[in-house]
Design a binder for this molecule. Sequence first.
Ligand code: HH2
Length: 267
Amino acid sequence: MGVVNVTPDSFSDGGMYLDADAAIAHGKELVRDGADILDVGGESTRPGAEPVSADEERARIEPVVRALAAAGHAVSIDTSKLAVATAALDSGASIVNDVTALRGDPDIGPLCAERGAGLVLMHMQGDPRTMQEAPAYDDVVDDVKAFLAERLGVAVGAGVVEERVWLDPGIGFGKTLEHNLELLRRLGELRELGRPLVVGTSRKSFIGKLDGSEVDERTGGTIASSVLAAAEGAAVLRVHDVAELADALKVADAILDAPTTPAAETI
Ligand code: HH2
């Protein structure tokens, strides 16, 4: 899953693809690099980010989703707002990636049910403005697992077909360095939920805490954590550096003599 941020303030690529033509060209490049899905977002969720109005978010993503879907690419929309999700599905997106797991706008559940869209449910403790202040868990893996099981139940209760739901532990969303490492180390336990796992470590600050890198120097840490997540059973890896990860997965697959991630059409 390649990231296409149509925002002025995303933590790693804010402002680079705010112009629709630049975002569309970037999405097409990520597909050439090996992305199976393009995750288009119009609002930053980085720690401390200020919220964006639905009208603004929609204006940013609509032309980008329309052009990329029209070019035949699978598009997910990274939003927690019903109006934005609706506009994206109307424009050809087929997956809603909701980092609030239906807590921001519960009507996204019935929308996905009605449209037969895929739905990504992500774990987050707190909200983006405050989530890194004092994250705390009894056992981070057990707590995230219980949360995702509960939200999966809510989605299915809203009519979403269980087979269309993917789950994501939300690396960096209300988590300390140790919480992120524990989740990645014990990712296999989340597979017991029975749904494909999405993992997004790309360029996140836990990598900088480990190797001292600035945000634009985190490709190595992104690749290491993504390949290990795939080996632990992640089905979808959400990254900015698609070409480098695609190369790394080819090598990992050859060593393991098995595909580390399943073919997109089988997820
Ligand atoms: N991470 C980000 C945004 N959306 N969605 C899922 N499912 N999983 C993630 O880990 C995830 C996500 C944050 O990354 P990015 O889009 O690069 O930054 P920003 O939120 O600042 O736009």
